[in-house]
Design a protein around this ligand. Sequence first.
Ligand SMILES: Cc1cc2nc3c(=O)[nH]c(=O)nc-3n(C[C@H](O)[C@H](O)[C@H](O)COP(=O)(O)OP(=O)(O)OC[C@H]3O[C@@H](n4cnc5c(N)ncnc54)[C@H](O)[C@@H]3O)c2cc1C
Length: 372
Amino acid sequence: MDKAASILDTAYATIMPRLPLNFNIREGYGLLELGLELKLAGRKDMLNFIRALPMTAQELLDEYFESDVVKAAIASVGIHGFTLGPMGAGTGYTLIHNWMNRGGLANVNVGKAGEITQALANAVKSFGGEIRTEAEVKSIKVESQIAKGVILANGEEILANQILSSADPKHTLLKLVGAQDLPPEFVWHTQSIKMRGSVAKIHLQTNGNHGIPEGTVVLAPSIKYLERAYDAAKYGEISEKPYLEVTTSGNVVSIHFQSAPYALRNSEWKVESAKVAELAIKTLEEYFPALHASRITHHIITPIDLEQTYGLTEGDLNHGQLMLDQFLFMRPIPGWSNHKTPIDNLYLCGSGVHGGGGVSGAAGRNAVKALK
Ligand SMILES: Cc1cc2nc3c(=O)[nH]c(=O)nc-3n(C[C@H](O)[C@H](O)[C@H](O)COP(=O)(O)OP(=O)(O)OC[C@H]3O[C@@H](n4cnc5c(N)ncnc54)[C@H](O)[C@@H]3O)c2cc1C
């Protein structure tokens, strides 16, 4: 897995050519570098990697393990954050992707994330840059297919020569730019990006005596359990027996709940959110009974909240599902994998483009390299 993750990491660090269009010398050079890295990886690892991508996580794990418990624990990494079950084609790829972003089987809290963002913020300021938060962009100002600046919700206009958006591609292009300024075929492709959020998050404030061990705990007793937890999402329903991933930080217990689809077929989120929070907590209490008495309060974030508060279209954590037809030179859409858009001076640098999703920084790094 580590070798496969390292190959994927190298691919993510390479700006993809705009296939099926011809690619320029800079893109060709990047691909040459990637080719060399892959050659160095060796034929056996390369073959294992390519073979694993379209496989189901279940098939892949069947080749190595006998215990269903072990298989399910590992397979849960492959479906975490995706609207997929471990019996679905392509979960071999998503398993490698999440393995890469987590540095292995479980999230390891090394406590440095704040330091990294602080260092980045300091770097911006040292170059004379200004960082503004609570500044919602209502639209991107476009004149003659050239991005000129942004207009904030309060009406303020900020002009710029280059604009990078880390909002998801659908949000950026269809809402902030608008279909009227884009070629029809491009609009059609952008509308077709598959966004399928099906995760809810529940944060619990406890008195600390919750009994849950430190680190990452997954409720994933078998491959079939995980597949059924996903089945519900296919029919627009909330899993009655969800896959949970639990992390603790002092008195706070955070539960990742799957599947909780954005588009509910027979209900709506304002009715379901309290029920989902209760279901998550009750399910966890079956395994950690001490949690019950230690509860103080809780807060749920539904896929609708992810869309309305964080701008994630359809609550998709990765700004677009990671699937084999939406990765490498097909992310965000075929022909536009080099971070550029049909609008001059407007670039995409977030999770929905090649290098994303996840908290790796790869998409942003590639986007900066792609700037004119
Ligand atoms: C519940 C949950 C669990 C996750 N688990 C994992 C995990 O285990 N491992 C992992 O690697 N990744 C995980 N992810 C995914 C990861 O968080 C994202 O891939 C990553 O944050 C994307 O980074 P980004 O900078 O591209 O976009 P974002 O972090 O989404 O940042 C985009 C920013 O743009 C802002 N924005 C959007 N629209 C506008 C606008 N119009 N005006 C102004 N600002 C705007 C948003 O508020 C947001 O701050 C998880 C995400 C969620 C929600």
